[in-house]
Design a protein around this ligand. Structure first.
Ligand SMILES: Cc1cc2nc3c(=O)[nH]c(=O)nc-3n(C[C@H](O)[C@H](O)[C@H](O)COP(=O)(O)OP(=O)(O)OC[C@H]3O[C@@H](n4cnc5c(N)ncnc54)[C@H](O)[C@@H]3O)c2cc1C
Length: 352
């Protein structure tokens, strides 16, 4: 008899998981309170970050920590009143970001990243979404020689250990490759492997259409109505109650109200470098990045509940890792051995 599965959350992670379960013979219903791909998977930078083998660590140097404490940077912003409730999380994040532990985490994280392009390629071809993809990598530029040299040294290590491909760029290379950019740059890195997605929402929508072509169903509903039912799960949807043996939680990040402080700061700097036109949307898209204290996603069986599975916490790399996450979780749910070792991402690590 065909087993049913519910996937809660129709972002890139949930849609990819739904595809892989449907491919393995489960009858899958994908559920979201909005249309698929309308939250974090809507905007984002659109990079499939094959170079992103090292998760973003918490700063360790005192000088840098003090600069962050001033709370006027583009890359981070905090609300003073919420700090007390986040201290325990931040302390664990900082502890895990120490050079030795960060290197161990990077080695555990790398297999997900290493398979990110191949797993997207599979779904891009199946969903005929090639028109949304560019395969020419991305460029990171530096204003100082010190920052450039530090990044190049790190790139050489990653190339050696994880096969990441890059070119070192001079300021003349940058001027040739990006003639519209103005500014005094010390050089840059061209990461050659990553792909970029012209429209992340369109890609998630293409994957959703492919999922439906396999016989899967999308239904509107609120994940909060999920509850245990017999040996499985039951949820209320716009089309009535639904039961299934397995439920996957792929709900992305849900926390504080939006505060677009960093967007305004980044736009001001970007305008000094690039001839940007006017804003296109009446209200700019804004997403949140769900981080775990050890910088790795949560993929696997819920520690206490039968038939409940987790796929969230992808932080800066959810677009990159959606398809590979979907595949390994579907393999686990259907009793196959996941094609990479996923022990390091297990939810169990937070419940020793
Ligand atoms: C500025 C920015 C740039 C980024 N750039 C990149 C990048 O270049 N490359 C990269 O790999 N990653 C990038 N990311 C990260 C990436 O966008 C996310 O990790 C990824 O989109 C997360 O996907 P998701 O499916 O887990 O979550 P989401 O896309 O948020 O999906 C979760 C879904 O759950 C639904 N949901 C939530 N609560 C309920 C409920 N109660 N009932 C029903 N449905 C519910 C939501 O409606 C949503 O559709 C970026 C993020 C940001 C913020």
């Amino acid at each position: 008899m065909t087993k049913n599965a519910i996937v809660l959350g129709a972002g890139i992670v949930g849609v990819s998981t739904a595809i892989h379960l449907q491919r393995r013979g489960r009858q899958v219903t994908l559920i979201d309170r909005k249309d698929p791909g309308n939250e974090t998977s809507f905007g984002n930078a659109g990079l499939i970050q094959r170079e992103g083998v090292a998760p973003y660590g918490f700063p360790q140097q005192l000088g840098l920590l003090l600069r962050y404490a001033l709370n006027n940077r583009i890359d981070a912003h905090y609300h003073l009143r919420t700090l007390p409730s986040q201290i325990a999380f931040l302390a664990r994040y900082w502890w895990n970001s120490n050079a030795r532990r960060h290197a161990i985490i990077t080695r555990a994280y790398a297999p997900l990243i290493e398979n990110s392009i191949a797993e997207h390629k599979d779904l891009i071809e199946a969903s005929q979404a090639e028109g949304l993809i560019r395969k020419d990598g991305w460029i990171k530029i530096f204003r100082t020689e010190a920052k450039r040299d530090q990044a190049l040294a790190e790139a050489a290590l990653w190339q050696n250990e994880f096969g990441v491909e890059y070119d070192s760029l001079t300021s003349a290379d940058i001027a040739r490759m990006e003639p519209d950019m103005t500014g005094d740059f010390a050089g840059g890195i061209h990461w050659r492997d990553p792909w970029s997605v012209l429209d992340p929402h369109a890609l998630t929508s293409a994957y959703r259409r492919y999922f439906e072509s396999l016989g899967g169903r999308f239904v509107t509903g609120d994940a909060a109505s999920l509850g245990p039912f017999g040996s499985g799960w039951k949820i209320m949807t716009a089309e009535g109650p639904l039961e299934a043996e397995d439920a996957v939680i792929a709900l992305g990040p849900w926390a504080a109200p939006k505060t677009p402080v960093q967007l305004d700061r980044a736009e001001a700097v970007a305008r000094t470098i690039f001839p940007l036109g006017g804003r296109l949307d009446p209200e700019p898209w804004m997403g949140a990045r769900p981080c775990t204290p050890d910088m790795m996603p949560v993929i696997g069986k819920a520690p206490r509940h039968q038939g409940l599975w987790f796929a969230f916490g992808h932080a800066h790399h959810g677009l990159t890792l959606g398809p590979v996450t979907g595949r390994v979780l579907a393999e686990l749910i259907t009793g196959e051995t996941p094609f990479i070792d996923i022990a390091a991402y297990s939810p169990q690590r937070f419940n020793p």
